[in-house]
Design a protein around this ligand. Structure first.
Ligand code: SF4
Length: 463
């Protein structure tokens, strides 16, 4: 069975407070975004705190947790397919515990219970640290359980920030959630329903976690939030602008690079652009979702910006930060998208010249306003995706070709998974670069000159 993004449990071992008696083994299967990957680390920590150890394969694990994604239909289908496989496993090993966590658990609890009665529990996005108590309960008495509470109201939700297990295995690069939920309610998106209203983590909590990471050798942090640049509202300490948070993190010794994803265009103001330019540790890369290059479509999606205002941000970024890397997300085939509106997206993509893009076919998410709108046919949507992909691939190739001869500062992450004899890393502009070099350089920041360009990134030589 092909599994999307298998979390390698050995990379996710957290340091327990004290030695625990050894129990069985666990396996966490993850789909979806970086926030989900981060949540999976928390799930692992929660299980290791009660003595479970990572299994090498899903087949041998006593406890299997599926951390699911509902942003598109495909990962939901994969989760149900894996649950079918696990049903057979559980018949052979009745002591197995199966839990479904994450966004699909949050909104499809009844479906899961009906279609997969062998599941022991479902756990929503706000309660991931309760995984261990649900596993303990399932081991004692077999009965379906669910924990799905989410903060309901806008404001007064800071106290609902999940408790975090923040002690983890040393890593060169780490994700740090700074904000949970979302208040934007784009018509295609299920996230405000699955993750609740927007709430920011207290600044001191974030700084403390990052100080701890720096102490363990982390050099690069990626700050996570659904609209990460709207961070800092409704905090007990008063409003903390996102740019202030970046400056505060930059004072932490040992942290050398700071990234964040994903900013919301309407909230992308000049103070943030100035911070990217002026703060030496903030990387010169912006991943800013466009979604559509047509104003009518943006309105139908309830995105709160226009194509012109998006392009103004890009222009200011490029004027103040020459060489900045800009990437995006785009949806094609949103309900009602006409040929002309799709052509406007192609034209915007051509004019902006993104370094890279994640491009998706719209898929209706039950419970969202767009799911009730008249839908376009799949073949039409697929044809549009192919045209957009072809265009973006050509632009990426051209933009990469323009980097030949340039020198970039690269954090060396390790050997390239595809060409094992080469080292690889990312530049401050988030350009992937591969180059010859010895293993002892891993973990260091080095200058690399680009000698070749490809669609996926660059090849070069260490200086
Ligand atoms: S900004 Fe829109 S697309 Fe992003 S998480 Fe919020 S509702 Fe979803």
């Amino acid at each position: 069975m092909a599994l999307d993004s298998q979390i390698a449990p050995n990379n996710l071992q957290f340091l327990a407070e004290r030695p625990r008696p050894q129990r069985g083994t666990y396996f966490v299967q993850t789909w979806g975004c970086q926030m989900n990957e981060e949540d999976s680390e928390q799930l692992c920590a929660s299980l290791e705190q009660i003595g479970f150890t990572p299994a090498t394969t899903i087949q041998e694990a006593q406890v299997v947790l599926l951390n699911t994604c509902s942003v598109r239909k495909k990962p939901e289908d994969k989760a149900f397919s894996l649950l079918g496989f696990l049903e057979k496993q559980k018949k052979a090993r009745p002591d197995m515990v199966i839990g479904v966590c994450g966004c699909m658990a949050q909104i499809r609890c009844d479906d899961i219970k009906r279609r997969a009665p062998h599941v022991d529990f479902v756990l929503g996005t706000g309660q991931i640290t309760q995984a261990s108590s649900l596993v303990e309960e399932a081991l004692v008495a077999r009965k379906f359980r669910s924990r799905l509470d989410l903060p309901e109201r806008k404001g007064a939700v800071v106290e609902d920030i999940p408790q975090r297990h923040i002690r983890r295995t040393p890593k060169l690069k780490a994700f740090v959630p700074i904000q949970y939920g979302c208040d934007k309610f784009c018509t295609f998106c299920i996230v405000p329903t699955t993750r609740g209203r927007e709430r920011s983590r207290p600044t001191e909590d974030i700084l403390e976690e990052i100080r701890g990471l720096a102490g363990q050798g982390t050099k690069e942090v990626t700050l996570l939030g659904q609209t990460v640049n709207s961070y800092g509202k409704n905090l007990a300490e008063g409003r903390v602008p996102f740019s202030d948070l970046l400056w505060q993190i930059s004072e932490i010794e040992g942290i050398e690079r700071i990234r964040y994803t994903s900013p919301y265009p309407r909230d992308f103001k000049s103070d943030l652009i100035d911070t990217i330019r002026d703060c030496p540790k903030v990387m010169e890369h912006v991943h800013m979702p466009l979604q559509s290059g047509d104003d009518e479509m943006l309105k139908a999606m309830k995105r709160q910006y226009s194509v012109a205002s998006f392009r103004e941000i890009v222009a200011e970024l490029r004027e103040k930060i020459p060489g900045v890397g800009i990437t995006t997300d785009i949806i094609v085939g949103f309900p009602g998208e006409t040929d002309e509106q799709f052509e406007n997206t192609l034209a915007t993509v051509e004019q902006v010249g993104f370094d890279g893009a994640y491009m998706f076919i719209y898929s209706p998410r039950p419970g969202t306003p767009a799911a009730t709108m008249p839908q376009l046919g799949y073949d039409l949507k697929l044809g549009r995706l192919e045209r957009l992909t072809e265009l973006q691939n050509r632009i990426s190739r051209e933009r990469n070709a323009a980097q030949i001869g340039q020198t970039f500062e690269v954090l060396i992450e390790g050997h390239s998974p595809r060409e094992k004899e080469l080292l690889m890393g990312y530049s401050r502009e988030f350009r992937q670069i591969r180059f010859p070099g010895s293993t002892e350089r891993v973990g260091r920041i080095a200058k690399v000159r680009v000698t070749q360009a490809h669609q996926w990134g660059l090849s070069g030589e260490l200086l």
